[in-house]
Design a protein around this ligand. Structure first.
Ligand code: V1D
Ligand code: CA
Length: 495
């Protein structure tokens, strides 16, 4: 929506939806419901539901005994509390540089952050500069010798360590660059802290567009990923939740996360990806469903080139609705790799921003604590468009299609006429026929129907949120050891 300010300049504003409950009650009330010290009266048929709705929205509610009262006609309008969203970004990750001609450009993170600020979205979130995760936190998943190597190797020394470079799969896809280990500590710190905030009930949604590096393995870098922040965040969520659901809409298979939890029913992984033609990483067949206790708790949706919004959203919603019904997770981690968009430099799907964001909206609609991360994405201007659009979706804000002027405006957004849109191309044929998609759906739903309904778990002694193991007391300052991500005040510092 456009409006003029007092000086007559035109500005864009974002549809601000004022959330209101409007309840008209006619009848003889039997229960008294107190919401934030104001009381509302309802009949006994709807009171439990209404009370839960308010509680889920963050209101303090108290349900009192039956009220002996007269007939009332009662109408109330109450604002509903918005989702509390925490957002993690450190400018240092946005200046990291893999290698000349390498498709992974962390600069896309600086562009996305800048666009999010240009649209004023920071005003509605808590902005954090993530703390750097510690070695012992990384070792919750990764092998110590691998993490030690990552922490000491430098570009000039790498040639002296050819054996280790090969052992840990470092090289062309995963080069050693200046500041590599700090980069890993920062993007993983954001995802871990995002999970901690969800666990503590301080946020409903955590966003870390710098995270989502789903290919990293226990002792191996892979596909531009060194440390698997998603696995680390899920391990954190498992301290509070019996079941965690991982969803991956990057065009590549989420192999690192799947592998980490392949044998357990406490994490269900669902990846949508291009499969076949030797497409990286080559895993993610529909028949890969998990093993031992994890049998049926890994789910793969293999797709062909050119999938469009309608087909993708249809299969995504069908599968995820069934997963949510059966698995009933306590928390969700959603990897939103933007290489599934049309015109991606490495990808071959044909999604628009709307199709991609519809998946995010769909998962948000279940109102379960959710960590949302980035991932792949190789057409920089579209990556920043995508994650800005999805930040707005999570905030329930509408964005003006004209990109606001900001630092990167002229250099990067002329490609789409300075619009916040990604146009699917007719030049790409959708090789996913109706029959193919139906057969994938049938097989996936058949596998899902074999899983136990919401498996229980004996929650034993739950580790504390920030486990500090034994280590050299003198090597780390006390304040540093216990610190969490730094809150960035909204009006004074936006990098
Ligand atoms: F084109 C390149 C130029 C320089 C360095 C690497 C590449 C490149 C393009 N595609 N590398 C790839 C993929 N690697 C291979 C290798 C050939 N080897 C035998 C394997 O095909 C890797 C693609 C990684 C995709 C990463 C990701 O988008 O899924 C991601 N998600 O989160 C972070 C990254
Ligand atoms: Ca995927």
């Amino acid at each position: 929506m456009k409006h003029e300010d007092r000086k007559g300049r035109k500005h864009c504003t974002y549809g601000r939806s004022v959330n209101k409950v409007s309840i008209l009650h006619v009848g003889i009330p039997t229960f008294k419901l107190v919401v934030q010290n104001r009381f509302l009266i309802y009949s006994d048929t709807i009171q439990a539901d209404i009370s839960r709705t308010f509680r889920n929205r963050g209101y303090r509610t108290k349900l009192c005994n039956r009220v002996q009262s007269v007939r009332v006609i009662f109408q109330t309008k109450m604002p509903i509390a918005k989702d509390r969203i925490s957002y993690y970004y450190d400018a240092e990750v946005g200046t990291s540089y893999y290698a000349p001609n390498h498709p992974m450009k962390p600069h896309r993170l600086a562009m996305a952050h800048s666009l999010i600020l240009a649209y004023d979205l920071h005003k509605y979130m808590e902005i954090y500069r993530p703390r750097k995760s510690y070695m012992y936190e990384l070792s919750q998943f990764h092998a110590e010798d691998y993490i030690n190597f990552l922490s000491t190797i430098t570009p000039d020394k790498q040639h002296e360590h050819a054996g280790m470079m090969q052992k840990f799969n470092l090289g062309e896809d995963c080069p050693i660059f200046d500041g590599l280990f700090e980069f890993c500590r920062t993007y993983s710190g954001g995802s871990i802290d995002g999970a901690v905030r969800l666990n503590q009930g301080l946020s409903d949604i955590s966003i870390n567009w710098s995270g989502g590096l789903h290919h990293a393995k226990k002792s191996e870098a892979s596909g531009f990923c060194y440390v698997n922040d998603l696995v680390l965040a899920i391990i954190e969520l498992l301290k509070h939740h019996a079941r965690v659901l991982y969803i991956d809409i990057d065009i590549h298979h989420g192999d690192g996360v799947e592998e980490a939890f392949y044998l357990t029913d406490r994490v269900m992984t669902v990846s949508f990806h291009k499969y076949g033609d030797m497409f990286f990483p080559g895993t993610g067949a529909i028949s890969d469903i998990g093993e031992n206790s994890g049998k049926y708790y890994s789910c793969n949706v293999p797709l062909h080139d050119g999938i469009d919004d309608d087909s993708f959203c249809d299969i995504f919603k069908t599968v995820m609705k069934k997963v949510m019904d059966l698995y009933q997770p306590g928390a969700i981690v959603l990897q939103c790799g933007a290489d599934s968009l049309a015109a991606d430099r490495l990808g071959c799907f044909n999604l628009s921003l709307e199709g991609h964001a519809e998946c995010v909206n769909f998962m948000k609609s279940f109102k379960i604590p959710i960590l949302v991360t980035g991932g792949g994405g190789y057409t920089k201007s579209n990556v920043s468009r995508c994650w800005t659009r999805e930040t707005a979706a999570l905030l329930e804000k509408e964005l003006c299609e004209d990109i606001p002027e900001h630092d990167f405006y002229y250099q990067y957004y002329s490609d789409g006429e300075y619009k916040l849109k990604v146009t699917p191309t007719f030049a790409i044929e959708n090789l996913n026929t109706k029959q193919y998609l139906q057969s994938v759906k049938n097989l996936v739903l058949q596998n899902l129907s074999s899983l136990d309904h919401a498996p229980g778990v004996q929650m034993q002694i739950v580790p504390s949120d920030t486990v500090i193991p034994e280590f050299d007391e003198n090597s780390v300052k006390t304040a540093e050891r216990w610190s969490t991500s730094e809150f960035v005040y909204r009006d004074d510092e936006f990098y």
